[in-house]
Write a protein that binds this ligand. Structure first.
Ligand code: AMP
Length: 397
């Protein structure tokens, strides 16, 4: 049974459709440097437009803190969107008030208009009822296609859904279906790979995962904290020694839940954290005091890959090493490619997400073969933490 309403349930013909999208694209000197997020919203815009809906796009850009800010205007995104969509996209330089009302009133069926950054108004993040009313007066139907903003109960991500018939857009739908396959109702065994810099940013996530997955691979800088908590000396490695108790508690919780914790057994170390630094591979019990661990070693990767061979489902967040700097990307690249191969062969469902993870999988040339790669950062992490996302909850029928 479907848990939320989709465009299949919506009647958009001749209607003013308020469509929340994620256009928070990376930009340098006014030029969009990565169009992935724009690409992802095209199917929903096209479908509504082709069905005769009048598409009114709502989006945020950056963190203008409730005030207009020319550096965070969506005006420069409109022409890029228009070109990719292959149809004109109007622009209103305010998302509420007479400017927005005038442009919306002039729309005909199938037209598309982008309204200025919703976060130029403090009412957006406050989910202020007056601001929600002002937005709601512009539309008849609400569609949310911005999973990446669904962990926030803002006016355009949550408040609006209380005012009119509300639906998940196609990208939101694909995301929710993939996440359901990943952790909601996965085929077992499920393996989670969690890497990245610090345990402190992922405590809730680790605690949730140990009760839901069969094996939890811990990599990256955060693995050092777990090794140190077992009394292993990690030299000058990035390590949160003050979180030793937390790390031990997570290991205990895993044992109680029957979840295997997989830590590196060998490591690539260096004395300097820079490209081309002299490096060597050592057993994790033999890290010199003046060295730091910057990647998992080949034996560790072998173990990770064996777990992937056994798994039916993989959920991945965070790199296994300092992947931005060669040669410390090797473990991440090798494990990602192995997961990609298994997925291509139909043996594994692989779901990955979180900012750095997407970059790492792209670098490995593995992203395209994963079952689903989420471009959402915070929302993906909160989902991995097992939290209810307000923007999703409100769409549930
Ligand atoms: P996160 O944002 O928590 O997913 O962390 C990603 C960052 O962790 C990347 O920038 C990596 O370079 C970094 N990282 C991963 N492993 C290590 C390590 N062993 N030492 C230092 N930084 C690391």
């Amino acid at each position: 049974m479907k848990k939320f309403k989709t465009l299949d349930d919506a009647d958009v013909s001749g209607k003013r459709v308020l469509l929340r999208v994620d256009l928070n694209v990376p930009m340098k000197d006014g030029v969009v440097t990565d169009k992935t997020r724009i690409e992802r919203v095209l199917p929903t815009i096209r479908e509504i437009s082709e069905k005769g809906g009048r598409v009114i796009l709502l989006a945020h850009f950056g963190r203008p803190k409730g005030k207009p800010n020319a550096d965070m205007s969506l005006e420069r995104v409109a022409p890029v969107l228009s070109e990719m969509l292959g149809q004109p996209v109007g622009f209103a330089d305010d998302c509420i008030g007479p400017v927005a009302a005038g442009i919306v009133a002039a729309l005909t069926d199938g037209d598309v208009v982008l309204l200025e950054n919703t976060r130029f108004h403090a009412g957006e993040e406050a989910n202020d009822p007056d601001f929600v009313d002002a937005l709601a007066s512009l539309g008849d139907v609400y569609v949310n296609d911005a999973f990446s903003a669904a962990h926030r109960a803002h006016a355009s991500t949550e408040g609006l859904a209380h005012h009119m018939p509300s639906y998940a857009g196609r990208t939101m739908q694909a995301e929710l279906e993939a996440l359901e396959q990943g952790l909601g109702n996965p085929e077992r065994p499920v393996v989670a790979v969690v890497g990245g810099a610090k345990v402190s940013s992922k405590i809730d996530l680790l605690q949730n995962l140990v009760s839901r997955v069969d094996a939890l691979v811990i990599g990256g800088g955060m693995a050092n904290t777990f090794l140190a908590a077992q009394g292993i000396s990690v030299g000058k490695s990035l390590c949160e020694h003050d979180l030793a108790d937390t790390a031990r508690a997570i290991v205990e919780a895993a044992k109680a839940a029957g979840c295997e914790i997989v830590l590196p057994t060998d490591a690539v170390i260096a004395r300097e954290f820079k490209a081309g630094a002299a490096s060597e591979t050592v057993d994790v019990h033999a890290v010199p005091d003046d060295a730091m661990i910057l990647d998992a070693g080949p034996k560790s990767v072998e173990v990770v890959n064996q777990w992937l061979d056994k798994a039916k489902t993989l959920v991945w967040n965070g790199p296994l090493g300092a992947f931005e700097i060669a040669p410390f990307d090797k473990a991440t690249v090798a494990a990602a490619r192995h997961a990609a191969e298994l997925t291509r062969a139909g043996k594994l469902v692989s779901v990955a997400g979180g900012g750095d993870t997407v970059a790492a999988l792209n670098q490995a040339g593995a992203a395209a073969d994963f079952s689903y790669v989420s471009t959402a950062g915070g929302a993906f992490l909160e989902w991995m933490e097992g939290k209810a996302l307000p923007g999703v909850e409100v769409l549930k029928a």
